[in-house]
Ligand binder design. Structure first.
Ligand code: PLP
Length: 323
C-alpha cells in the first residue's frame, strides 16, 4: 500500500491516470521495452543524448530491441510498422538540450512517446500535457531528493500501466516498501527543493557564463537544478579540487554533486556517438543542491583555478581515475 500511495501521488503530479513504480529507473525503462517487445514492436526511435545506460540498453539491443537514432526532425521518417516507442529526454542528460515536446509528439503519430522527465520533474514540466503517452522518472534523483533511495516510475494511462504491472510481476523489478515510503516523503518537499535548487543553479549558470575560465554553459530555458559547463582548462582538475561540491555520479540530491560525463555517466556510450550528441570531453555536469549559493560559488571559483588554465596550486597528486 505504501508503494501504491507513491504511485497515486506521482500520477497526480504528472497528470496521468496511473503510475507504476519499479526498483530503479533502469528497471522502469526495461519494463517499457519488454511491454512493447512482447507486442512484436521491437523497433525504437530515439534522440540523443539520453542517460548513458538508457543509450547503452537501446544500442546493445539486450532486450531484443533495435534502435534508430535520429534528430528530432527525423522522427517521422524513421517510424516503421514495427516501431513500438519513440524515446526522448528533455532537458537531456548530460547536455541539458531541450526538445519541443509538442512537435516531437506530433511527429510520433500513433506511436507512443516516452519522455524521460527525470531532470525537469513535474514541478517544471508535465510531458503528458504536450502529447507524451509515457513519462519516465529515475526516482533515485529529484523525487527521492536526498541521495538515499533508488527507484523508478512510469506515469501513463491505465491500459499501459496494466501491462507494466504484468512485466513487473514477472521480472521482479519491484520497488521496496521502504523505498516507497522515502519517495512518498520526498514528494512532500519536491516543489520547494526544485525551486530553491533552481534559483541557485540559475545564479551559478549566470556567473559561470560570465567567467573566462568557462568556455560554454548549458542551462535550460525551463530552469532546473542542473547546470552543465565546458571548462577552458582540464575538467578533471575541477573535479579534483572541489570541496563543498561532492565529486559523484547521480543527481537531484540536497547535496551538490559534480561529475565528468565522458568518463563516468556516459563512458559506456561510444566516443564518436557521445561527441556527435554534444557531450564534449570538457563537459562537467553539476547537480545543484540546497547549500548556500555563495558557498557553492566560492567552491567552484577556487576549483576553476587561475584564469589562463593554470591552477595556481602545486599539483603533485595524480588525477584520480574514475572507475
Ligand atoms: C539516472 C537516470 C536514469 C536511470 O535511473 P536509475 O534509477 O539510476 O536506474 C534514467 N534516466 C535519467 C535521465 C537518469 O538521470
Amino acid at each position: 500500500p505504501t508503494v501504491g500511495r507513491f504511485e497515486t501521488a506521482l500520477a497526480r503530479l504528472e497528470g496521468t491516470e496511473s503510475a507504476v513504480a519499479f526498483a530503479s529507473g533502469m528497471a522502469a525503462l526495461t519494463a517499457v521495452l519488454l511491454v512493447r517487445g512482447g507486442a512484436g514492436l521491437r523497433h525504437v526511435v530515439a534522440v540523443r543524448p539520453l542517460y548513458g545506460c538508457s543509450d547503452h540498453l537501446l544500442t546493445a539491443g539486450a532486450l531484443g530491441t533495435e534502435v534508430t537514432w535520429v534528430d528530432p526532425a527525423g522522427i517521422a521518417d524513421a517510424i516503421r510498422p514495427d516501431t513500438g516507442l519513440v524515446m526522448v529526454e528533455s532537458p537531456a542528460n548530460p547536455t541539458l538540450a531541450e526538445l519541443d515536446l509538442r512537435a516531437v509528439a506530433h511527429s510520433c503519430g500513433p506511436v507512443p512517446l516516452l519522455a524521460d522527465n527525470t531532470f525537469a520533474t513535474p514541478v517544471l514540466q508535465r510531458p503528458v500535457e504536450h502529447g507524451a503517452r509515457l513519462v519516465l522518472h529515475s526516482a533515485t534523483k529529484f523525487l527521492g531528493g536526498h541521495g538515499d533511495v533508488m527507484g523508478g516510475v512510469v506515469a501513463c494511462d491505465e491500459a499501459f500501466a496494466r501491462q507494466l504491472r504484468q512485466v513487473r510481476f514477472a521480472t521482479g523489478g519491484v520497488l521496496h516498501p521502504l523505498a516507497g515510503y522515502l519517495l512518498l516523503r520526498g514528494l512532500a518537499t519536491l516543489p520547494v527543493r526544485v525551486r530553491a535548487a533552481s534559483a541557485a543553479a540559475a545564479e551559478l549558470a549566470a556567473r559561470l557564463s560570465r567567467d573566462p575560465r568557462v568556455a560554454r554553459v548549458h542551462y535550460p530555458r525551463i530552469g532546473g537544478a542542473m547546470v552543465a559547463f565546458e571548462t577552458v582548462g582540464d575538467p578533471h582538475e575541477v573535479i579534483r579540487t572541489v570541496r563543498l561540491v561532492t565529486p559523484a555520479v547521480s543527481l537531484g540530491s540536497v547535496d551538490s554533486l559534480i561529475q565528468h560525463p565522458a568518463s563516468i555517466s556516459h563512458r559506456i556510450v561510444d566516443a564518436s556517438d557521445r561527441r556527435s550528441a554534444g557531450v564534449s570531453d570538457k563537459l562537467l555536469r553539476l547537480s545543484v543542491g540546497l547549500e548556500d549559493v555563495e558557498d557553492l560559488w566560492a567552491d567552484l571559483d577556487q576549483a576553476l583555478g587561475e584564469p589562463g588554465g593554470g591552477t595556481g596550486r602545486a599539483t603533485t597528486a595524480r588525477l584520480r581515475v574514475p572507475e
